[in-house]
Design a protein around this ligand. Structure first.
Ligand SMILES: Nc1nc2c(ncn2[C@@H]2O[C@H](COP(=O)(O)OP(=O)(O)O[C@H]3O[C@H](CO)[C@@H](O)[C@H](O)[C@@H]3O)[C@@H](O)[C@H]2O)c(=O)[nH]1
Length: 254
């Protein structure tokens, strides 16, 4: 199994949703290249086949994110940086499915643009998938080696509380339900995403709970989530209400 995985010609489509990320996107792209390109950092033999594309799904950011992305395409090449824009802010859940429609890899990574999800973890996601044959590898803040840096107490309590509540009610077998740094086998993501109804942040939880219920092999890697330096979170009170509604819905339907 492992030998077969090593010989597979894997391609990773990294989907990055953006809304007002002009100040973050260039550094993110640089760091993805730094951590995945073996001519920059020597990677183990496991990674000799790494091939990737970055799909940026921008929802008409008024701060000029798309102009920066177009410049990055000139630097890194349009085969490595794809811009798949939408006219207005339509939510995170649909941003992922939009990006997925344009993905040419057999694996898909989803991650935030604001460097909360550091690209240095990408090799550990890939390695874990190759070693275990998992369909999904999910980053977790809530095991030893993981954590959160830079959040105020209220945000920490909201995230921890949301996870504890969902763990207690749903028993999904995953320690971090609301995190969104994940690697999926593309066929699995396509199947799971088509069964999800959520549109906002609660989408992450719905995805992993449905995948777990379907019996997919899910592995975890510890990550430290670092709060953004530039820009602001789009998480508001309405997303918390949506989360609670989503939790109730999952309780009834899974
Ligand atoms: N295209 C698009 N992108 C969006 C939208 N809303 C947010 N984004 C992008 O989605 C990413 C996460 O948004 P943030 O607003 O920075 O999220 P956060 O509050 O830091 O929340 C993070 O942690 C949560 C768990 O604690 C996660 O649930 C969430 O997905 C995210 O990772 C960023 O790249 C942001 O630009 C949208 O409507 N459309």
């Amino acid at each position: 199994m492992e030998e077969q995985q090593r010989n597979e010609r894997n391609k990773y489509s990294i989907i990055v949703p953006t809304y007002n990320e002009r100040l973050n996107i260039a550094l993110l792209v640089y760091l993805i290249f730094k951590h995945l390109k073996k001519n920059v950092i020597p990677l183990s033999a496991l990674f000799r086949n790494v091939d990737f594309e970055i799909i940026i799904v921008d929802d008409g950011s008024p701060d000029g994110t798309q102009e920066v992305v177009k410049q990055l395409q000139q630097v890194y090449g349009e085969d490595h940086i794809l811009l798949r824009a939408r006219p207005k802010k339509l939510g995170l859940g649909t941003a992922y499915s939009h990006g997925l429609r344009h993905a040419s890899g057999n694996f898909v990574v989803i991650m935030d643009a604001d460097l909360s999800h550091h690209p240095k973890y990408l090799p550990s996601f890939i390695k874990k998938q190759m070693e275990t044959g998992a369909s999904i590898v999910t980053g977790t803040r809530y095991v030893s080696g993981g954590g959160v840096h830079g959040w105020n107490l209220m945000r920490k309590l909201t995230s921890r509380g949301a996870n504890v509540l969902a763990q207690t009610l749903l028993w999904p077998g995953v320690s971090d339900l609301t995190g969104s740094f994940r690697l999926y086998r593309k066929s699995v993501l396509e199947e799971v995403i088509s069964s999800c109804v959520s549109k906002g942040y609660v989408f992450q939880m719905e995805m992993i709970v449905r995948a777990s219920r379907k019996g997919y092999h899910i592995e975890e890697v510890p990550i430290t989530f670092v709060d953004r330096v530039y820009g602001s979170s789009k998480l508001g009170g309405s997303e918390i209400v949506e989360y609670l509604k989503g939790l109730a819905y999952l309780l009834v339907t899974t």
